[in-house]
Design a protein around this ligand. Structure first.
Ligand code: SF4
Length: 296
């Protein structure tokens, strides 16, 4: 799979009216939840004053949702399978002034790319990761994914229902101490926009699990619409214990901000280290050696 990059200049729209529409129209299946999520993301970008097309990059993974990098009118990089997160981290560290968003699906993010999440959580870069979760591999025609319910038979594997239990992504994110954790649903677009705006404004690593029914291979609209509920007003998002308790309550698909905390970002820690080395009276070679040593 070849990585591709897109540039926002292809879109001829004045900055003041820019709606973050990309040059390419989506080719998802009719009714796919990704359409609603794309609209909510566009609205959140529009309503976030710090986000402009010249200072924003979307890095996406492989899968149906990975196409969003081309559907949004900002800089885009469609990376290789499961590697959106480390690629985005490289973009952010090369230019910390950029707003960096990462997007991809449950297969890309929780399976082949799952090992990158805890390390991004440890570093706490100021980035937003939106994981479109349809509980199925849609692009490759319906194999079960890490979040498929146990016993689900994908359309391409009808005689081999899922043997494994599904991941609990929110519990996993709480365990990893991700500094902003939320869940949204494509069927609740206004709330989705508000939550994504909060994720974009969070100074640190924000992860949003975005429930997005796949109408072609696992149409969950009817099931999920009966299960989703907003987190109650008395949920305390500063409590990791409360977030974990809600995450473990799988009888309901709770929506909203489970958890948030603020701590120094990766960029801030790196900059402080660089500033200290600059302040020391060292030769350039010695300064470089110490900087490299400090990361070994
Ligand atoms: Fe959406 Fe599923 Fe179609 Fe992919 S296969 S575009 S996830 S409905």
């Amino acid at each position: 799979m070849t990585a591709t990059a897109t540039r926002p200049e292809k879109v001829e729209q004045p900055e003041e009216r820019f709606d973050f529409r990309g040059a390419i129209e989506p080719v998802w299946c009719p009714g796919c939840g990704d359409f609603a999520l794309l609209n909510s993301i566009r609205a959140a970008l529009r309503e976030s004053p710090h986000i402009q097309r010249h200072n924003t990059v979307i890095v996406s993974g492989i899968g149906c949702s990975g196409r969003v990098a081309a559907y949004l009118g900002v800089y885009g990089f469609h990376g290789v399978h499961g590697r959106a997160l480390p690629t985005a981290l490289g973009v952010k560290e090369a230019n910390p002034e950029l707003n960096v968003l990462v997007m991809g699906g449950d297969g890309d993010g929780f399976s082949i790319g799952g090992g990158h999440i805890p390390h991004a959580a440890r570093r706490n870069p100021n980035m937003t990761y939106i994981i479109f979760d349809n509980e199925i591999y849609g692009l490759t025609k319906g194999q079960v994914s890490p979040t498929s319910p146990q016993g689900l038979a994908g359309k391409s594997t009808p005689q081999w229902p899922a043997v494994e239990e599904p991941l609990n992504p929110i519990a996993m994110l709480v365990a990893y101490n991700v500094s902003f954790i939320a869940r949204v649903y494509a069927g609740s677009p206004k709330t989705t926009t508000q939550i994504i705006k909060q994720a974009l404004a969070h100074p640190g690593f924000a992860v949003v699990q975005a429930m997005s029914p796949c109408t072609t291979f696992y149409n969950t609209y009817k099931i999920w619409s009966k299960q989703v509920r907003q987190l109650p007003d008395d949920h305390d998002p500063t409590s990791r214990e409360a977030a974990f308790a809600r995450a473990l309550d799988t009888s309901t698909i709770w929506l909203g901000v489970f958890y948030r905390n603020e701590r120094p970002t990766y960029e801030q820690v790196l900059q402080a280290r660089i500033d200290k080395l600059r302040a020391d009276e060292l030769s350039d070679d010695e300064r470089l050696r110490r900087l490299i040593d400090s990361f070994m």
